[in-house]
Design a binder for this molecule. Structure first.
Ligand code: SF4
Length: 166
């Protein structure tokens, strides 16, 4: 991602009225590959839990266990769904559906809608990372992940998955 786009989006995150925004009550799903990357970079195994799928756990204050000093402590190798935000996903009959959070719950969306290049760049990164997650997570775990409700989002793209996926 380009530096100026990164800066713009970081600024949007800084303006978030949700105080911790996406990282509050966030339990991003993890592939074994992502867990290995986390452990290699010093994250303790106790940060991971299993609830039908592998995910990061919450701290007692309701924030993701890796949210520290007001920001993500693993920004450069954070999980795929964290990179994809504010885009989220579902799979319906072998079609990957991409949803975008509404402006009311994510200030970054206003910046994205005003900048087509930024929007397209982040959408591409989101799709690439979500595809990677789909490939890396066992099918039974992905079924559980797909049960997670994503309220206040709008469908923005649909992409056919190859038969090898899902
Ligand atoms: S991994 Fe980082 S970006 Fe993702 S929810 Fe946790 S603190 Fe937030």
């Amino acid at each position: 991602m380009e530096d100026n786009l990164c800066e713009t989006l970081s600024r949007a995150c800084g303006e978030c009225h949700l105080d911790g925004g996406c990282c509050f009550e966030a339990r991003p799903p993890l592939s074994q590959e992502r867990i290995d990357i986390l452990m290699k970079n010093g994250v303790d195994a106790s940060a991971v839990e299993f609830a039908g799928y592998k995910r990061l756990r919450l701290k007692k204050d309701g924030f993701c266990v890796l949210f520290k000093d007001g920001k993500c402590s693993i920004h450069s190798f954070k999980p795929e769904t964290c990179i994809a935000g504010p885009f989220t996903f579902d799979i319906n009959e072998n079609v990957l559906q991409i949803f975008l959070k509404r402006e009311s719950i994510c200030p970054m969306v206003r910046f994205l809608k005003a900048d087509k290049k930024a929007y397209d760049g982040l959408l591409d990164a989101a799709v690439e990372n979500i595809m990677h997650l789909i490939d890396a997570v066992p099918a039974a775990e992905m079924e559980e992940i797909l049960k997670i409700e994503e309220p206040e989002t709008d469908l923005v793209a649909e992409i056919a998955l190859s038969d090898k996926r899902r």
